[in-house]
Design a protein around this ligand. Sequence first.
Ligand SMILES: [Zn+2]
Length: 448
Amino acid sequence: MTDDLRARVSELMPRVRGELADLVAIPSVADPRQFPPEECARAAKWVVEAFRELGFDDIGLHETADGSNAVVGSRAATDPDAPTVLLYAHYDVQPPLDDDAWRTPPFELTEVDGRWFGRGAADCKGNILMHLTALRALGDDVPVHLKLVVEGSEEQGTGGLEDFVPRHADLLRADTILVCDTGNAAVGAPAVTVSLRGMVNVVVHVEALPTELHSGMFGGPTPDGLAALVQMLASLRDAGGNTTVTGLDHAQTWEGAPYDPASFRSDALLAEGESLLGSGSVSDMLWARPALTILGIDCPPVVGSTAAIVPRASARLNLRIPPGTGPEEALAALTDHLTTAAPWGVTVTVETEATGSPFRAATDGPAYDAMLGAMRDAYGVGAVLLGQGGSIPLCNVFADTYPGAEIVLMGVEEPLALIHAPNESVDPGEIERLATAEAMFLQRYRRS
Ligand SMILES: [Zn+2]
């Protein structure tokens, strides 16, 4: 049976390439300022038709609060008591960004050295093809109820589907949700992502003086807004590069599979001689501990600056927080830290921009068992549990709306895919092996 499935998926790969090329050719960037909305409509229609052909008879478009359309459909199993699996992906893509940085045309699927290049080839159109291929390989032999949601504005961060899910909880309710918008740690090494960091974004403003003062006449005894900000920001890291927000736990360790430091160095494009930061391992620093990044600073630019004490300055900060730390707790800690670290009695205000909760999947249910077994059989090596440094707010919405559901994050977006960057690509072998694993999972999964 396993070998049959593998063979059927393999026979489907030429079709995968053709259809992924069709889908990548549609520039479905969900930002009307950059691409006409008709492109997203074409991509949505493509998805509707592909899944309707597979027996999702009720499939159609559902408008969400941000104006984007989610493709939603379902297909019943013969056994009414069978469990329900919800398949997730998104059909919108990131803009190509710097056209000149692409070595191949961004919206033309092009093979180079065995990888298929194109915007969305991995994120997330490759995952749509993975779902289609798994279902085609299974044919009518799917013993679970299926639901499908393919959203149309994931890359915009406008939260259309996040708003839609709790309002239409019954429509998408499932025992297991396959959130297919992540990837393995490396090609050929299967993994499920079980931990995501949350985040807190703030803008901190410092005001020391009502106006600029000549640095010759006043420099020395006078408080300096920019110097105060620099001192505050410096206090957020220690000499070893650890984030040191007072009150947050900076010593947690990661218990899943480690991120190999050599791979990380190469994935992060570090130069030889550059240090990896922090007192923990790469996985500790990335998945189990808070990490503060200074996103931007408002102060006089070098060109046009004069010999004056800078009265005020601002910085935009992004604090990533691991599971176990709530965003309210992290926001309070960061605000206190900045206020306490401010020198010389300068005035500090902290403006909250956005917060998001971290996520940790429960991995002790029957869906995890079935998926880890299916991945092992499809790849010939055991699957590992990974963290991810970023956030996927939809996972928290799924977890809150369906507290009993198992949530499995997986997909074809391994590090070489360079998602969101120029020269995005997918390894067709990953689509093939993951479609095989998904098909095996759908055959084997039972409620315990
Ligand atoms: Zn994505």
